[in-house]
Design a protein around this ligand. Sequence first.
Ligand code: PXP
Length: 238
Amino acid sequence: MPELMINIDHVATLREARGTYYPDPVYAAGIAEMAGASGIIVHLREDRRHIKDRDVVILRNVVKTKLNLEMAATDEMVEIARDIRPDMVTLVPEKREELTTEGGLDVKGLLEKIGRAVKSIKEKGIKVSLFIDPEEDQIMAASKVHADMIEIHTGAYSDAVTEAAKRVELEKVIRSAVKGKELGLGVNGGHGLHYHNVKEIASIREIDELSIGHAIIGRAIFVGLDRAIRDMIALMGN
Ligand code: PXP
């Protein structure tokens, strides 16, 4: 069974909706760890629309499992990561106008830029994961730039409407996970996963970690964060 990493960005989204100091994502991290999450993920965006620098600094000090900082491969973000030293960084593409991360990172097309960022982050002893679409050439490129891990984008699988389309997308994720392991990479997955589509992905043997945010924070409004996380872990284990 993969480990569950909780993305707590949307606790901060709710805070920012009113410009208040609550709900504090730092509290969410503590509850998530106590409920059995294997780690905490936050995406520090260029526009700071939800997670703020202050959140990442405090989380670095209080998270006892694993802190995964999601970020764009910009000079500003690389400096922040080198300074704060999360346990791992996930490099993602970022567009200002998007609601959430859309496609995977074009590692193949940006080999030099991504390679430089990976090297600079790894110099500080931080592991680096690259968020990529389930495509063989992107996985090969991730290996070429010496990433430690890949995170396979499960968005197309999650968005598939018919059972046939879902099967096609699932097969791509499986093939990519196998390829990643063959190349010696750690293999994670995430995006768009929820309580009704997680089982198939969680049963892929090659996947080490799943990164889930929106569905869990959404359910937490009704049942509480502790229960929402425990429900997800139970589903992933079945
Ligand atoms: N992985 C990456 C790289 C992401 O950008 C996100 C969204 O912040 C997730 C996983 C989690 O996606 P979701 O919120 O749909 O569970």
